[in-house]
Design a protein around this ligand. Structure first.
Ligand code: ZN
Length: 264
């Protein structure tokens, strides 16, 4: 069985800050969130690569993106620095079948907002409160082996209303000590690709060392792995050739309609 090619992309900005906040974050993630995820997700069926914003071509040259089955995305303060051209390449590859996992503050990333088509806004609060997650759909592959409920001792609160489209399948719900609730794990289909948003993962707490959180992310990678070969060129397939002989006379046959189709 061939391995799932996973690329973990992290903006890796907070982890490098030379101040008290950076020092605190490095206690949890001395080598960055991406390295922590890679170490904890390592398994025989996964080939995991990491990429960061400061690398050439923002960490995702065509050769790597086009060799990725599932892309994992963590971003927060540098969403605006991700080039629109790269976002469009990622969006196209998702629609062609690549899986995408968007973590925590990635809810405001360009790629997630582009794929959702909504503001993706939410309520938030950062006072280190407890979060309790509940499995909403125990039959879903992303919930396999995950306890019905588990807690994270310290999290950033992400609360409803969460402006995402309602075609998402809610897999996890969260309750926070301060009283808020949130759809913390939601699965989407975008054309041929699967997308999963999972909210735990604030950078100042060691959330990506929690075994249940890692279990969810690992499950989500395997769920999002395309079951069919990723399409090479989705746009080239848009003009459909008739499968049966069409006998209806085309009233426009003698008129050049190419100008109508130029923008398709
Ligand atoms: Zn956060």
């Amino acid at each position: 069985m061939s391995k799932i090619k996973v690329t973990i992309w992290n903006e890796n900005v907070h982890e490098l800050e030379q101040n008290a906040l950076g020092d605190y974050i490095r206690q949890s993630y001395p080598n960055g969130i991406h390295q922590c995820l890679k170490e904890n997700l390592t398994a025989d069926d996964l080939e995991i690569r990491t990429a960061t914003l400061d690398m050439p071509e923002q960490g995702l040259p065509d050769a790597l993106l086009n060799d990725t089955d599932v892309l994992v995305w963590w971003g927060h303060c540098a969403h605006a620095r991700v080039e629109d051209e790269l976002v469009e390449k990622i969006r196209t590859r998702v629609t062609c079948g690549m899986g995408l996992l968007v973590l925590h503050s990635g809810h405001y990333s360009k790629i997630f907002k582009r794929l959702m088509g909504t503001s993706c806004g939410l309520r938030w609060r950062e006072i280190g409160e407890k979060e309790r997650l509940w499995v909403v759909d125990a039959s879903h592959p992303i919930a396999k082996g995950v306890p019905e409920t588990f807690t994270l001792p310290h999290t950033e609160m992400y609360g409803e209303p969460f402006d995402i489209p309602d075609d998402g399948k809610v897999i996890f719900m969260s309750w926070y000590e301060g009283g808020n609730v949130f759809r913390s794990g939601v699965a989407f289909q975008r054309d041929a690709g699967k997308v999963f948003y999972f909210s735990p993962g604030h950078e100042t707490y060691p959330i990506y060392k929690d075994e249940n959180v890692i279990k969810v992310i690992g499950n989500a990678i395997r769920w999002a792995n395309p079951q069919q070969p990723i399409l090479k060129d989705r746009l080239a397939t848009n003009q459909a050739v008739p499968l049966e002989k069409v006998t209806t006379e085309n009233p426009m046959e003698k008129i050049d309609t190419s100008a109508l189709h130029e923008k398709q």
